[in-house]
Each structure stands twice: as C-alpha cells, then as structure tokens.
Write a protein that binds this ligand. Structure first.
Ligand code: ZN
Length: 430
C-alpha cells in the first residue's frame, strides 16, 4: 500500500530523473561524468578517476568508452536505428564500426525482444569487444535482404573510470553506506530511481544531527564498486550498516534483500521498520546475484549490506528495456521509498545497547520521579513498562531493537524511556 501524501521531495526526485534520463551513461566515459556532475550540483561529491588498465582484485579497468552517435540505415536509405533518437539503440560499449553489409552479416549484431515487439532491449558488451544495434522486434521482422550501412561512431581509448562519493561526517567514525550504480543509460527504475533516492536521502541527512557518518557511493556497477573497495580498505572496517538502493520508483511494494550475514543489525532494522509500518512487503535472503551487494558481500568483505528495492531486478517486464522509462516512476513510490529510508536511518541512529548501572534488584523508580504518581498520565502508552524492559535487558547484550521485539513496545517509547533512565543515571550507553 502506498501512502497518499506526496510532498515536494517527489517533484525534486522526478526532476533530477528527468534531467538525467537522456544521458548515454556507461561504466566509463563522459556520460557518466556528466551524470556525476549533476549529482554534485545537489550534494557534496568527491570524484575519483581510476585509469584504464588499473588492476582491481580480479578485474581490470577497461578502456574508456564514448559515444558520438550510431546509425543503422536500410537498403532504401531509411535510418532504422539512431542513438540520437534513443541511446539504447546501440549495444553499450560497441567498438567503432563503419561498414556496408548484407542482412545475413548484420543479423548476429541485432538484438530485439520478440515477446515485447515495440520495446528496445538494453544490451552491453563491456569486457568482450563487439558491436551491435538494439531494435524493436517490430522493425527487425520487416527487414529485407540488401545492403545495410552500419555507422558506429564511438571511441574506445585509454582514459579512466569515474565514481563519486559523498561523505557526511557524524559524531562517530562508524559508517553507514548507501550505494547506487550509475552506469545505465536511458533507463528509469533501474537505475535512476536509486540515484535520485540516494541524493534525496543525502540532502535530508545534511540537515540532520548525525551520530553515524554517512557515505553515499555513486559508482558504475561491479567494476565501480570494486574500484571503491580496492581504494578504501581502511574505510571498510568502519562500515557498520549498508544498503544498496535500486528499483525504488515502480508501483510495487518494498522488497528487502538481506545481507550475506543474514542477521546483521541492518537486517534486523529494515525488517523491523517494514513490519512496524504494516504495509505489504517482502523479505528475501541474500543470493550472489543482483547489484553491487555481490561485491560488498563477497566472502572476503562480507559487509553488512542489504538491498532495498520495490520490484526486484528482472521481475518486472519493462526491466532492461526502453519501457523502463520515466512513466514507470511513480511519484508516490519515490516518496514512500524515501520515507522508509528516513525511518531506517532514524532506527539506525537510535538503536543502541545500554548497561543498567543498578542491576542488583530493581532500582526504585518512584523515588527518582520516573513513575507518574497519578495514573493515566500524559506519558506515551507503555512508557512505564518500557522503563522496566529497558532496565532488565540492558545487560550489554541486547539493543533496543531486541527489547522492542521481546516487549512489543515501539522503538520510540523505548528510546524515550532509555533517555529518561540515562538522565537519572541508571543507565549508560555501552
Ligand atoms: Zn540493470
């Protein structure tokens, strides 16, 4: 279910998505840089350029790819694919090609979707040199023999891979990581929705008091997150929570994919938030397929990083096609996803372990003014029970989230009870 209220943050997210949509992005190149510049106009972003040929773990940063244009012209001189009309028309990372050829020679380089004959598929060939065109099947099925002209004006050359990160310092060095891939060309839900949500969340966090340090990574899929991991071995040990953000603008309900650890604090927090909101949602276990959680949760790192999505990758028909366009993004969904993320951040900030300083017998609460002397006071429901639950389970092993689950009391009530107990010197944060 989707909440009815839609505020101006949905407009801001939609407007950034509209602005970024036409750009031809890839895992390297000027489209990627231009996209990161647009993000940097909204939040402080530090850009890194990793040179072609750099070894990152088992991978090598490929040559930089830039597209000028690509066209395919039929034997009658009619242009049947033009990247200036839609940048999905070219196989992403196509090598340069200018040739005339028969339909038989051309066929292995044409990609289409017979099941969705009006849509252009999204195809890439980053690590194996190839060239090609992506076309609606409706066009492909009408092609007749003759001489076709292929013009792919691209450049593959020594350059760099670019990624951006925004670090918002908090009181602690412990970090919360949000990661969005930034390599897809004109595709909206996968992946502009993740980008605009990350930007909106960072903007909101900039105005909040922060206990944790927050780091937002905008990197091309796989090779980009690997570059970040390779360059930040020291930061990695400070990551206590993380979420990959993707597919957050469609009309489906929220899906949470757990970290590889399965019961990390972030897993418990997201599951708690989704349960408390009482709206339909899905929880899935980790699997080594999907987005950059594949790298963050590779066994050597095994970071507590889950994935927040609505309809997962590959599970909606428009996925990786021209139909994943701006119409697929729903303002209410973007707004709802942002609200879920803010609640998750709120729980990350407030969930902690305390130690009861009077663990031998119950401390006398009335004497300290913690119990109201008159029944039916203005306190939150369950407040007095919360004092007892927090005191009893604050043994350094249970956090407030555990206590919430055991007691059925809300985090809000427990946080406020813990605050009062701390003021009364009965409790101290661990
Ligand atoms: Zn994708």
């Amino acid at each position: 279910m989707i909440e009815p209220s839609v505020t101006s943050s949905a407009d801001t997210m939609m407007s950034l998505a509209r602005q970024m949509y036409p750009i031809c992005r890839s895992i390297t190149g000027n489209g990627l840089r231009q996209s990161l510049r647009m993000i940097s106009e909204r939040i402080p972003l530090e850009l890194s350029e990793i040179p072609t040929g750099t070894q990152v773990f088992d991978w090598t940063v490929p040559e930089e790819w830039n597209l000028n244009y690509a066209t395919l012209t039929d034997p009658n001189g009619k242009v049947i694919a033009d990247t200036r009309v839609h940048n999905l028309h070219v196989l992403n990372y196509s090598e340069p090609k200018h040739a005339r050829m028969s339909l038989e020679e051309l066929r292995p380089h044409l990609f289409s979707l017979p099941d969705h004959p009006d849509w252009i598929p999204y195809r890439t060939s980053y690590y194996a040199r190839n060239w090609g065109f992506c076309l609606p099947y409706r066009v492909v099925e009408t092609l007749h023999p003759g001489e076709y002209e292929v013009r792919i004006d691209t450049r593959l050359s020594s350059g760099a891979l670019t990624y951006g990160e925004c670090c918002l310092k908090g009181q602690m060095d412990d970090e919360v990581l949000f990661s969005a891939h930034v390599c897809h060309p004109s595709l909206a839900n996968d992946n502009l929705s993740g980008i605009v949500l990350a930007v909106a969340l960072a903007q909101w966090l900039m105005s909040q008091k922060r206990r944790y340090t927050y780091r937002f990574i905008f990197a091309p899929g796989t090779i980009g997150s690997l570059c970040w991991l390779a360059n930040n071995r020291q930061t990695i040990s400070r990551i206590t929570h993380g979420l990959v953000l993707s597919c957050l603008g469609d009309s489906g309900s929220i899906t949470y994919k757990r970290s590889r650890q399965g019961s990390a604090e972030i897993d418990r927090i997201v599951e708690h938030v989704l349960r408390e909101r009482g709206q339909s949602h899905q929880i899935r276990d980790f699997s080594p397929y999907g987005y950059d959680e594949r790298q963050y949760c590779s066994p050597g790192f095994n970071l507590p990083v889950g994935v927040l999505m609505r309809t997962p990758n590959g599970e909606y028909p428009e996925y990786h096609t021209s139909a994943d366009n701006l119409d697929l993004l729903k303002r209410q969904s973007l707004e709802h996803s942002l609200s879920v993320l803010k609640t998750i951040v709120h729980v990350i900030e407030t969930n902690r372990r305390y130690v009861n300083l009077y663990p031998y017998g119950e401390p006398q609460l009335g004497r300290r003014g913690l119990y109201s002397s008159v029944g039916g006071s203005h306190q939150q429901p369950g407040y007095e029970m919360a004092l007892l639950w927090v005191l009893n389970y604050s043994d350094g092993r249970h956090d407030l989230l555990d206590i919430s689950q055991r007691s059925g009391l809300s985090m809000e009530t427990l946080v406020s009870a813990a605050g009062r107990l701390e003021e009364a010197s009965l409790l101290q944060p661990q």
